[in-house]
Design a protein around this ligand. Structure first.
Ligand SMILES: [Zn+2]
Length: 293
């Protein structure tokens, strides 16, 4: 039987449908009996899907943003073109480790630069060989250099969990009133429809997050309380929330974790960042978030 380390370098090309029939068969055969590599394929697919959804999203507000995206895309295309077909066996694959490294790279920038960077360029750098090669040499242990600069995302999670705990009276209880939050938060108020889980919408507020703002939406789900935050992922890239673990739910990449006894999960969907804080367990939180379209 083919061993994992022989198959791994081919997985990303496999997902992209770029392998010769022979190699694709070898990979398929291996995947039939190896759940670890199967998980890797699922993860790679989900990441690529999130990225694709992000790029397809059209109702982005600013010209500056579009310009930046066009630049990043052009760089990415140029990089793709430089890759000779024979290089596939050495092609860097996207791993959670590469992922962490890319997030660290972004966060190492100054605060000003950080806020200018969009979540998309982060996503794009994830899929570039450059980001992956940074961590490729050390597959087992994520690098923690630069860990000291990731205090902000941690603080953000703390703050949002505290708001959930405090459960203050919502500013508005009418869904249509949420539209007026858009200029403050900077993203479209796409209200998660959680009815299929029996969730009842109670109301919403705008809350300060560091120097920015998020919309806080309160729901009841049976006797559980659920807060869903909508935020601008260009300001707080979901992937910068490093202490959250990446999990694939269906075809979505969701970041999950625990804080102060509450489960939290985050996802970026069509240009909107969502984070949930609840006393449901982490699997349920992740599923709620993954249902957002
Ligand atoms: Zn394997």
């Amino acid at each position: 039987m083919t061993r994992c380390h022989e198959i791994r370098p081919y997985l990303e090309a496999f997902v992209d449908d770029e392998l010769s029939t022979d190699n694709a068969l070898r990979v398929e055969e291996h995947l039939g009996s190896c759940s670890t590599c199967g998980e890797e394929v699922r993860l790679t697919r989900a990441l690529k899907r999130s990225l694709r959804d992000t790029i397809l999203e059209e109702d982005r507000p600013t010209l500056a943003f579009r310009t930046r995206l066009a630049e990043v895309l052009a760089e990415e295309v140029a990089r793709e073109e430089q890759r000779a077909p024979v290089a596939i066996p050495w092609r860097k694959r996207v791993t959670p480790v590469a992922f962490a490294a890319a997030a660290v790279a972004v966060l190492s920038l100054s605060n000003g630069e950080w806020s200018k960077l969009s979540g998309w360029s982060t996503s794009l750098s994830l899929l570039s060989g450059e980001a992956a090669s940074r961590s490729h040499d050390d597959e087992s242990a994520p690098t923690h250099q630069g860990a000291s600069v990731v205090a902000n995302p941690q603080k953000i999670i703390d703050q949002l969990v505290q708001y959930h705990q405090a459960a203050t009276e919502p500013e508005v209880t009418d869904r249509s009133a949420l539209l007026r939050f858009e200029p403050q938060v900077g993203v479209p108020m796409r209200i998660p429809e959680l009815q299929q889980y029996g969730a009842r919408f109670l109301g919403a507020s705008v809350v300060p997050v560091e120097r920015h703002r998020a919309a806080s939406l309160r729901y009841n789900l049976g006797e559980h309380r659920v807060t869903v935050y909508l935020f601008n992922p260009q300001v707080v890239p979901v992937r910068s929330l490093q202490e959250l673990q990446l999990r694939v739910i269906g075809d979505r990449a969701v970041f999950v974790g625990m804080r102060n006894g509450y489960s939290i999960a985050a996802i970026e969907q069509r240009g909107v960042g969502y984070m949930i804080a609840t006393d449901l367990d982490d699997r349920e939180s992740a599923e709620l978030l993954a249902s957002i379209r």
